[in-house]
Design a binder for this molecule. Structure first.
Ligand SMILES: [Zn+2]
Ligand SMILES: [Zn+2]
Length: 145
């Protein structure tokens, strides 16, 4: 499918801000500064959430991110027993961000929402025990099972 006709520039290099948006455009996130951590995760929960063989997400401090538009929340208990709260667009169901109970001052954003091919590459690859057999990852990242 072609991009939406009015797709905004998602990154301003002058102000180092980025804009993430859902499929329908009713929810946007404004993100300032660089991510604290960028990772990919191969776990089945991330596979189901994203619909892809693995998910890539960027963690930011909460005060780097402002949310415009209504979201709904879905709560999931992680394998660790800790809660994860997913915030999604009630209209198009895109998961905009999620919060880990364990790290309350951080917010994780699915990298695809930024539509920015130059976004920093991930430093961590998590849950490689569930990695699809064809995936080849660069060596210069930390690998965890
Ligand atoms: Zn939407
Ligand atoms: Zn995962």
């Amino acid at each position: 499918m072609p991009d939406a006709p009015n797709t905004p520039q998602t990154r301003s290099r002058e102000t180092n801000t980025r804009t993430a948006s859902c499929s329908c455009g009713s929810v946007t996130l404004r993100v300032s500064g660089d991510p604290v951590r960028v990772s990919i995760c191969h776990c089945f929960a991330c596979q189901k959430r994203s619909g892809a063989p693995f998910a890539q997400q960027a963690r930011f401090e909460r005060d780097q991110v402002s949310v415009q538009g209504p979201t709904r929340q879905y709560e999931r208990k992680a394998d660790s027993g800790n809660l994860v709260h997913f915030h999604f667009c009630p209209n198009c169901a895109t998961v905009m961000y999620y919060c880990l109970q364990l790290i309350p001052d951080h917010i994780a954003i699915p990298v695809g929402l930024l539509a920015e091919p130059d976004f920093p590459a991930p430093d961590f690859s998590v849950y490689e025990a569930r990695m699809h057999h064809w995936v080849k990852l660069p060596d210069n990242m930390e690998h965890m099972n």
